[in-house]
Design a binder for this molecule. Structure first.
Ligand SMILES: Nc1nc2c(ncn2[C@@H]2O[C@H](COP(=O)(O)OP(=O)(O)OP(=O)(O)O)[C@@H](O)[C@H]2O)c(=O)[nH]1
Ligand SMILES: [Mg+2]
Length: 462
């Protein structure tokens, strides 16, 4: 996410950090490069103009304190302005209403509305313990209603049936009545995709909005459309009193133009972002953390939150105990870790959040992707219990059997065993005195120069 912008900005800002002083001349040059980076990221022009003006204003006449280099001061200013452009703090959904709190989704065709309804209901159910009902007012495609029904089943929230012969207003009115009777906290209303220039369809959603009076009206928009996303958001915002934006497909957006433009053009906050096709791939949008990610400083806070949400605490504690007691770390523990990693949406979702890792080459990312995790799990599953507990007995004929059983090659089995041995060594180190810190240090040593740590010191400090 935002790789291109992040690449360019970190390069530009690195140049400045090599210099002795922040003079008006070298600000000019760097500002020009920042401007180019933003243009390439497809940020809307008025946003770029204001951004550059503000950075310039803060940078010139800035007292460079003794403990910071001019480059660091400049990075801080850029970070602050990136945050400001995106709205400073995360704005959560405001669901304080007499139940049910109605959430209306709106947006172009294919933006990700239906998927986001499912993601959001899962999020509200799990993180906020809400009782959620979903309903589809998309009467233009029979498959659309079915799609929501299927997704609702997948996330295990109740689906209120509707059909294409009904009017959207009637559908939602009955859903509200049902929600009241059954004490649902939240009702999320999916709608058909529409173009902002289609006055009939815009009229339809305006009437629906007026009739159901939602507490949240969320515009769902595809991040990959760059500044167009911001422009359509503006058009929808003119027609409907939006309360927030869900920015989808940020996982496929290397540029970041939409994230940086929407707030400025609409005055409305991005409340969530979609980060993948999977049903759990939804994250609250935190401008400060995103700014930090764009500048290659990682988003350790989100990473920690994600780990806390998804790691199976009991298993983690068991593993910690095992390591502490000095009892061996075996292939079953290794598999548990793989499963946990998979439930965290794979390594990749996490890697992007580590300082300096946002710019990691795609090739390395591929090597660590989900597919590999699934394959590794398959290999371990094809072993006998004895083999998992004592991997050293796995020799020639056993390897052949395991490879055949898991549909892999002997080399894959060898690779897994090697990775396991490395992990085992790491675990041994961890259980030794002062282990954790030592491990962090050795991990830091493994990173390429200029990686981990980044301009801000990052996770492992200096
Ligand atoms: N990679 C990625 N894909 C997404 C994300 N959100 C949605 N999608 C995909 O985008 C496609 C369209 O999603 P839908 O939810 O059906 O979009 P919609 O806005 O309901 O579409 P219409 O009902 O036709 O207007 C699907 O293939 C989704 O899997 C996301 O955050 N990341
Ligand atoms: Mg849909």
């Amino acid at each position: 996410m935002f790789e291109n912008l992040s690449d360019r900005l970190t390069k530009t800002l690195k140049n400045i950090s090599g210099r002795g002083r922040l003079t008006e001349d070298n600000i000019k040059e760097t500002l020009r490069e920042v401007r180019m980076a933003l243009l390439e990221a497809d940020v809307a022009l008025p946003v770029i103009r204001e951004f550059i003006a503000k950075v310039k204003e803060s940078a010139v006449g800035q007292d460079v304190s003794k403990s910071l280099t001019p480059g660091q001061v400049f990075v801080k200013i850029v970070q602050k302005e990136l945050e400001a452009a995106m709205g400073e703090v995360n704005e959560a959904l405001d669901l304080k209403a007499t139940p049910p709190a109605v959430v209306l989704m709106a947006g172009l065709q294919g933006a990700g509305k239906t998927t986001s309804v499912a993601k959001l209901s899962k999020y509200l159910k799990e993180r906020e313990k809400k009782k959620v009902l979903v309903v589809s007012a998309d009467v233009y495609r029979p498959a659309a209603i079915k799609q929501l029904e299927t997704l609702a089943k997948e996330v295990d929230v109740e689906f209120f049936p509707s059909d294409i012969n009904q009017k959207p207003i009637d559908i939602v009115t009955s859903a509200i009545a049902h929600a009241k009777k059954q004490f649902f906290d939240v009702l999320i209303v999916d709608t058909a995709g529409r173009l902002h220039v289609d006055s009939d369809m815009m009229g339809e959603i305006q009437q629906l909005h007026a009739a159901i009076n939602p507490v949240e009206t969320l515009f769902t928009v595809d991040a990959m459309t760059g500044q167009d996303a911001a422009n359509t958001a503006k058009a929808f915002n003119d027609a409907l009193p939006l309360t927030g934006i869900i920015l989808t497909k940020t996982d496929g957006d290397a540029r970041g133009g939409a994230a940086l433009s929407i707030r400025h053009l609409t005055g409305k906050p991005i409340k969530f972002m979609g980060v993948g096709e999977k049903i759990e791939a939804l994250e609250p949008f935190h401008p400060d953390r995103i700014a930090s990610r764009i500048l290659g400083m990682g988003d350790v806070l989100s990473l920690i939150e994600e780990v806390e949400q998804k790691v199976d605490r009991k298993k983690a504690a068991q593993l910690a105990n095992k390591v502490k007691s000095g009892k061996g770390f075996d292939l079953e523990d290794f598999r548990d870790q793989l499963v946990q990693m998979k439930s965290m949406g794979g390594m990749m979702g996490m890697m992007d959040k580590l300082p300096g890792m946002g710019n990691m080459s795609d090739k390395i990312k591929d090597q660590m992707g989900d597919k590999v995790t699934i394959q590794m799990e398959a290999i371990i599953n094809s072993m006998t219990k004895g083999e998992r507990q004592r991997p050293d007995i796995i020799k020639g004929s056993r390897k052949r059997r395991i490879a055949a059983g898991s549909g892999t090659q002997i080399q894959d089995v060898n690779k897994l065993l090697k990775q396991f041995t490395q992990m085992q060594k790491m675990m041994k180190k961890m259980s030794a005195k002062g282990g954790m810190q030592k491990m962090m240090r050795s991990m830091k040593g493994m990173m390429p120069p200029g990686g981990m740590g980044g301009p801000g010191g990052g996770m492992f400090g200096r």
